[in-house]
Design a protein around this ligand. Structure first.
Ligand code: PRP
Ligand code: URA
Length: 209
């Protein structure tokens, strides 16, 4: 089964409280999501492989470490995943960004695909899928399947809030995908919104309703 990593760092938990607050406006919401994404990205990249290299300091030549291993790709699920891109890119500026456009049909709750554009070498990259909310899991499942169908094999999923239901469905179907979250909330409501959650992440990021 894929690992579930709940990042309980005090800064992340503090910022989570701020974005849960219904009185936090879009400007602050966007800024805090970006900051949280950088912190989540820090945890996700903790296991990146290193190689020993030589470097010449002003004093002498020494051995030091540099990143080795596969190049990275970050894949935001549109729209709300866009809010997480800049924070992660700040840590790994050389990553390529692919977009998977999905929205959840409000009646069927099924994800509907409307746009996809991936790096041409996506199958050679380690991928981080970004979406602040993992609710029923339908959107994440569709994105992961889409990426695997394109040949991707090393995928991590980064969310801010997840429901127990969403985590289970991804873990049941994709045992190779680790999930990183700031919080596992209580449940889904009758409209498949996460409770207590933060409401509609896309609307709060972009000021739409
Ligand atoms: C939200 C959210 C996820 C999805 C989660 O997107 O950003 O992508 O719902 O729900 P699920 O786990 O039940 O699929 P939404 O469909 O509202 O689109 P948006 O990002 O364009 O607002
Ligand atoms: N999508 C959101 O933006 N919020 C939820 O609570 C569930 C799905």
């Amino acid at each position: 089964m894929g690992k579930l990593i709940v990042i309980d760092h005090p800064l992340i938990q503090h910022k989570l409280t701020l974005i849960r607050d219904k009185n936090t406006g879009s400007k602050d919401f966007r800024e805090i999501v970006k900051e949280m994404s950088m912190l989540i990205g820090y945890e996700i990249t903790r296991d990146l492989p290193l190689q020993e290299v030589e470097v010449e300091t002003p004093l002498c030549v020494t051995k030091s470490k540099s990143l080795s291993g596969k190049k990275l790709g970050i894949i935001p699920i549109l729209r709300a995943g866009l809010g997480m891109v800049d924070g992660v890119l700040q840590l790994i500026p050389a990553a390529k960004v692919g977009h998977v456009g999905l929205y959840r049909d409000p009646v069927t709750l099924e994800p509907v695909e409307y746009y996809c554009k991936l790096p041409t070498d996506v199958e050679e990259r380690d991928l981080i899928v970004l979406d602040p909310m993992l609710a029923t899991g339908g959107s994440a499942m569709a994105a992961i399947k889409f990426l695997k169908d394109k040949g991707a094999s090393n995928i991590k999923l980064a969310c801010i809030i997840a429901s127990p239901e969403g985590i289970k469905v991804v873990q049941d179907h994709h045992e190779d995908v680790d999930i990183y979250v700031a919080s596992v909330d209580e449940k889904l409501d009758e409209n498949a919104y996460i409770v207590p959650g933060l409401g509609d992440a896309g609307d709060r990021l972009f000021g739409t309703k």
